[in-house]
Design a protein around this ligand. Structure first.
Ligand SMILES: C[S@@+](CC[C@H](N)C(=O)[O-])C[C@H]1O[C@@H](n2cnc3c(N)ncnc32)[C@H](O)[C@@H]1O
Length: 339
């Protein structure tokens, strides 16, 4: 379970509501994450929970502005400013309790984060990327002893072990199943999310997808996966007042969960591709430094191969728009390969 569970009322929501979308300045590749729920209307989504969406949209806008300040080396943002109810498990437990009721009473699947179009695009792009990666690794097979995915037996997508962290209603896994993946596991720290995801999977004919309650920051999973996906979970984790520390814990966990040669694919409305790449680079550097400090032969392996994760590709086909003279998109999806 999450290490810090402050009740949502500890968060001064009035503060995080102040920033306006107009405060968000975009650069060329900036994902203007003004609100994941306004993405819902742009991309099409399924739920009509206006107040929750409005609250969260404002929280995400506040976080985005704070993140911009933080990444440009200005003063550290006030922790209260960047905190949000979306960073707390209590928020998600309440949200999924509502969604479960909605499902039982009306058969609704719940929120499709960033919209159905984005979800489908992520799934089909992921499939294409995995096929490409396997083809490349098969070509390099004889030179590449470090990759589990290079073996003949794992050419088929069905052989990929897939983990979706913070799976919510698990619909991304259903989309990945439609693309040909079949060894699928979803985890979420909210029991209600897992109940909902399991119920939906059974209803929709995907009963073989496995779902487990698990906190990614203190994961109890002890296996490695060829593919780890995250749609909106790192965003939520980063919204906790201790977001910067929790994000480091997140990458620690992810580095243990992705198999050598495997991929992690992050979809975010709160960070740009460049910000995610910088975060990964910072993580790589911190791991390289800590392994240089420990003088054991096994750990000094990182000296010769310091990058735990390397950028592979990102989705280039999301709709863009002009804002403040710059081009932006509201969501970004970036893939990294594990060394
Ligand atoms: C924005 S929602 C996205 C849900 C789902 N990935 C989707 O795209 O619909 C964020 C999800 O992350 C989950 N979550 C947040 N922090 C988590 C943590 N530390 N461990 C596991 N799940 C977490 C929440 O319960 C929630 O389901």
């Amino acid at each position: 379970m999450a290490g810090i569970r402050l009740p949502p009322e500890d968060t001064d929501v009035s503060q995080i509501r102040q920033p306006l979308t107009a405060d968000l300045i975009s650069d060329d590749d900036r994902s203007i994450a003004a609100d994941s729920w306004s993405i819902k209307s742009d991309y099409g989504s399924t739920l009509d929970e206006d107040q929750r969406h409005a609250d969260a949209s404002e929280a995400l806008a506040a976080r985005h502005r704070a993140a911009s300040d933080y990444s440009s080396d200005k003063e550290e943002p006030d922790a209260e400013t960047i905190s949000s109810m979306l960073g707390f498990q209590s928020y998600w437990d309440t949200a999924y309790a509502d969604e479960l009721t909605n499902f039982r009473e009306h058969g609704h699947a719940g929120e499709v984060w960033f919209g159905a179009d984005v979800m489908e695009m992520v799934a089909s792009w992921t499939k294409g990327l995995c096929v490409d990666v396997v083809q490349k690794q098969v070509q390099n097979h004889h030179d590449d002893n470090n990759s589990e995915l290079g073996s003949e037996g794992e050419r088929d997508l069905a052989a990929w072990t897939v983990l979706d962290v913070g799976t919510g209603n698990g619909l991304l896994l259903q989309e990945l199943a439609k693309q040909g993946f079949s060894d699928l596991t979803g985890t979420d720290y909210s029991e209600g999310a897992i109940d909902l995801a399991q119920s939906l999977a059974e209803r929709d004919g995907f009963a073989s997808i496995k779902f487990l309650v698990d906190d990614i920051l203190e994961t109890r999973l002890d296996k490695k996966f060829h593919l780890v996906t995250d749609k909106g979970t790192l965003d939520a984790i980063g919204l906790h007042p201790d977001g910067p520390v929790k994000r480091i814990m997140y990458w620690e966990s992810i580095s243990r969960l992705v198999a050598p040669g495997g991929l992690v694919i992050i979809t975010s409305c709160n960070n740009t591709k460049d910000e995610l790449m910088q975060e990964v680079e910072n993580f790589n550097q911190s791991k390289a430094i800590s392994s240089q400090e420990t003088d054991t032969p096994a750990e000094s392996d990182a000296c010769t191969n310091p990058k735990i994760f390397s950028y592979v590709d990102h989705i280039r086909t999301y709709p863009t728009f002009m804002f403040g003279g710059s081009v932006g998109s509201r969501v970004t999806t970036v893939a990294f390969v594990r060394s």
